[in-house]
Design a protein around this ligand. Structure first.
Ligand SMILES: [Cu+2]
Length: 313
């Protein structure tokens, strides 16, 4: 090719404007260093903790580590895949680059071993992910027929009621027609205040989940588990909190206009503190013979009263 053509930029392919190399590289290096320092300086103690935890909360239950391990190994698998793919891209870019302007690199098609590899490798990965997902799911949804205690949880637009049993637990109760205790104390949230779910540490607690209206989802991030709350059926979730502390819980299912306010606190305490709290609730008159499962206020929202509803009369 003529030198003149090359200068005019008329040759095949992209022409990068010529810059003198050394100062540009130096500027680039300084800029990169500056950016890296800014990013690292922005990493607070909390950020670093988050990075070590791969953005997961600290595990506060006996079941949490199962979820965390699955999460961690999924990251490892993704990173290994990423490194292989980036490596292959980099290798191909460098190895098969065009070495002069008037050369078209050798074109390769139909590489059978490569095609077999990139068909089988993803299938194998899916099989391994599937296997471990099912294994962890079985572990997390496993229901011990003899839990230490049962809490009847009611999620209703847009707050929660927690019914704690008092006295002996009857583990044959199904949580639908029959309940595990003869007496309950309860704690309920309202539009102004979110409720607190008190739990004793190191006890296997069964949550029977009830909804009188729409689908909600009961979950505590630090417990690394959650479960849908579905009207017309009672879902059961068992958790064993292992760390005393205060946690945040929430509804995980978009359930209506005030879904974002459907929060609750969790207070994991010693058995003695738990018993004392139940006595406080009883002293405040928050007692019932059967768990409060909502329903009576569902249709009382502004604008939804029965008279104003379209009727045929
Ligand atoms: Cu909800």
């Amino acid at each position: 090719m003529l030198e003149k053509d090359r200068e005019r930029g008329s040759s095949v392919g992209l022409q990068v404007p010529k810059l003198s190399g050394a100062p540009v590289r130096r500027t680039l290096r300084v800029a990169l260093l500056g950016a890296a320092m800014l990013v690292l300086a922005g990493c607070s103690e909390a950020d670093q903790h988050q990075i070590r935890n791969l953005a997961m909360p600290d595990r506060a239950t006996a079941e949490g580590p199962f979820t965390y391990e699955l999460w961690k190994w999924a990251w490892v698998a993704a990173m290994v895949t990423g490194v292989i793919v980036w490596g292959l891209i980099g290798y191909a870019v460098v190895k098969f680059r065009r070495r002069s302007d008037d050369e078209v690199p050798r074109q390769t098609r139909y590489n059978l071993p490569l095609e077999v590899f990139y068909t089988i490798a993803p299938v194998l990965m899916c099989v391994v992910f599937f296997f471990h997902t099912v294994r962890v799911q079985d572990e997390i949804t496993n229901i011990d027929p003899q839990p230490d205690m049962t809490v009847e949880v009611m999620g209703q637009q847009w707050t929660w009621t927690f019914n704690h049993g008092v006295g002996e637990q009857d583990t044959t109760a199904d949580g639908e027609e029959t309940f595990a205790y003869d007496e309950y104390v309860y704690e309920s949230g309202d539009g102004n205040e979110i409720p607190t779910l008190w739990l004793p540490v190191d006890q296997t607690i069964q949550f029977n989940l009830h909804s009188p209206d729409v689908i909600h989802d009961f979950g505590v991030p630090a417990f690394l588990t959650k479960l849908d709350v579905i009207p017309g059926r009672v879902n059961k979730l068992q958790v064993t909190p292992t760390v005393i502390g205060r946690y945040a819980g929430k509804c995980y299912e978009l359930c209506g206009v005030s879904h974002s306010r459907m929060l609750f606190n969790v207070e994991v305490v010693s058995q003695a503190d738990y018993d004392a709290h139940l006595e406080e609730l009883a002293a405040a008159g928050q007692t019932a013979d059967a768990p409060l499962l909502g329903g009576s206020f569902v249709n009382d929202q502004a604008g939804l009263d029965d008279e104003s509803e379209g009727s045929n009369e």
